[in-house]
Design a protein. Structure first.
Length: 549
């Protein structure tokens, strides 16, 4: 057997094998006679694929073949090869080609395990080597690498012909995740010639099983009492998450172990030797196998959570960039605004639209729900509303067109509330409100008034008609436009901040600048909420009409 030189093993339809060393690269495969590996099958292209070496990895490349090149069942144009990969050249029933290379740590350790069988104390040798194996496996960052090393190790320790690893998916169903043969070769993932009865019993009982079976009938040899030809030895081991111990007063509660999967080994050539494998070795293998799988799974979940946090952070940055980078400055109004999502991203937003005649439109919207779905709909709504509003249509027509847009393009359970007000230089304030929290007007004389409206939210019903209203602002008046995250902010007892508390606060803020008024409102909400978590997105826009300093 070659040592450090990578090789490919070619197995024809009759099961005959031959090995070819990759003594040089590029190494070509195809039907033409001058290839390094000649395969006499008319369905394989003349020059089908080649194996290259980039100084670090061996890479297989498809060379424009008719039926494609596959690695472990997936079609590729260029793909790094790992030891045991199954290479397919276009057709499923052609010969099987396996790529084999030396792996630094694993073969040395498995060679030691092979020597352990000749030791006078094989159990102790096995145990020590298994612990070394676990240490190595726990350092492997990729789940597939962990699983492959685990199954290859089990095959070598048990001297089995093949090993199958069944793992439970998120729905609790047991699926065949990996199939490996002796020598580190991948087996087809759709295997069916294993003992399903043994696997089912191990899942049901949670205990390992070692048995001899008649290969033709699947019956245990113990049932007949006769040892015939055609026997196979089967060992199946439950891979279980270790039980957790909890203290409840003076009572110790032990949770049942959780089944992660089943490791299945079988052999025809050495059937009796397989079933006589030491129980201690089996148990150690099961514990270490479950540990590395759980660790790899937790590592994968952690990486997935990190990826999601990174994507949400990017989404937050994108959402924040959609808000006005700089609020407009004017001789006749002053403006402050902020938006605080209760999660990383939210469904609230505010915007300012410049209109002809030195007028400005001010928007605050609140999409139903929270998190990423609400943020996506808010971004879509902001784009659509801003584009239509820039054309300066009448407000009822503006709301009608945006409502139809949302009805056609969003799920029925999602909708948006929106307030939009247009301020002119003479204090005329025309507005429309689609189901949004009514803004509050703080007069310069400390009077507080609510701008009520009876329009439906946007996106609920097609063909809805909307009304617009008008208010005359005087110098020093403030308009407070906000989402329901302001009035519905909750304290630890789930009491709401409420509109009456907000109106009382505003009555004491007449004559203040927009910055001071905004700070006072936010501070009052935070003092009221205390240590309770933020229950909803909070958006606040404060507009003051009159000459600015």
């Amino acid at each position: 057997m070659p040592g450090s030189v990578p090789r490919i093993v070619v197995r024809d339809a009759s099961g005959n094998e031959r090995e070819v060393e990759l003594v040089h690269t590029p190494f070509t495969l195809g039907r033409q006679s001058d290839n390094d590996l000649v395969l006499l099958d008319n369905r394989i292209s003349r020059l089908h694929a080649s194996i290259l070496h980039d100084g670090h990895d061996y890479i297989i490349q498809d060379t424009g073949s008719r039926h494609g090149t596959f690695v472990n069942g997936e079609r590729v144009t260029s793909c790094p090869l790992r030891s045991g990969d199954l290479i397919g050249l276009g057709v499923a029933d052609a010969c099987q080609i396996y790529f084999l290379s030396e792996q630094a740590a694993l073969p040395r350790l498995l060679a030691e395990i092979g020597k352990a069988r000749e030791s006078p104390l094989p159990q102790l040798q096995h145990l020590g080597l298994l612990l070394k194996m676990a240490e190595m496996l726990n350092r492997a960052p990729a789940l597939e690498e962990v699983l492959t090393a685990l199954v290859d190790s089990a095959i070598q320790i048990a001297d089995a012909e093949r090993g199958l690893l069944f793992l439970r998916d998120d729905g609790g169903r047991l699926d065949l995740r990996l199939a490996r043969g002796r020598g580190g070769v991948h087996l087809p993932p759709a295997l069916s010639d294993y003992s399903r009865e043994v696997v089912d019993r191990v899942v049901e009982t949670g205990r390992e099983e070692a048995t001899l079976q008649e290969e033709t009938t699947g019956r245990s040899a113990n049932e007949t009492g006769i040892l015939r030809q055609g026997l196979r030895g089967v060992v199946a081991i439950p891979l279980q998450k270790l039980p957790m111990m909890e203290m409840g007063g003076e009572t110790i509660i032990q949770a049942a172990p959780e089944l992660l999967g089943v490791l299945y080994l079988d052999s025809r050539a050495r059937a009796t030797a397989l079933t006589g494998l030491d129980r201690q070795v089996l148990m150690t293998l099961a514990i270490e196998g479950a540990t590395v799988i759980e660790n790899a799974r937790m590592f994968r979940l952690t990486r997935e959570q990190e990826r999601m946090r990174h994507e949400l952070a990017l989404a937050r940055n994108i959402q924040q960039s959609l808000l006005p980078r700089q609020l407009p400055r004017s001789d006749f109004f002053e403006l402050r605004a902020l938006s605080i999502p209760c999660q990383t991203v939210g469904g609230d937003y505010y915007d300012v639209v410049r209109l002809p005649g030195d007028r400005h439109g001010f928007t605050v919207a609140d999409v139903s729900g929270k998190g990423l779905p609400a943020a996506m709909m808010a971004a879509s709504l902001q784009g659509a509303f801003g584009a239509v509003a820039a054309g300066d249509p009448e407000l009822p027509e503006l709301f009608r067109r945006v409502n139809e847009f949302l009805v056609e393009r969003t799920p029925p359970e999602m909708f948006a509330t929106m307030f939009y007000g247009v301020l002119g230089p003479q204090g005329e304030f025309c507005f429309a409100n689609g189901g949004h929290a009514p803004p509050l007007v703080l007069r310069a004389r400390a009077e507080v008034r609510s701008l009520e409206s009876s329009n439906f939210p946007l996106g609920l019903f097609a063909g809805v008609k909307f009304q617009a209203f008008q208010e005359r602002l005087e110098a020093g008046d403030h308009v407070l436009i906000f989402s329901d995250g302001v009035t519905e902010a909750q304290d630890a007892r789930h009491e709401l901040f409420g509109e009456s508390r907000l109106q009382s606060l505003l009555a004491s803020c007449a004559g203040l600048s927009t910055q001071v008024l905004t700070d006072r409102v936010v501070a009052a909400i935070r003092e009221f909420v205390g240590t309770a978590p933020q229950a909803d997105d909070l958006t606040l826009l404060v507009l003051r009409y009159g000459p600015t300093a």
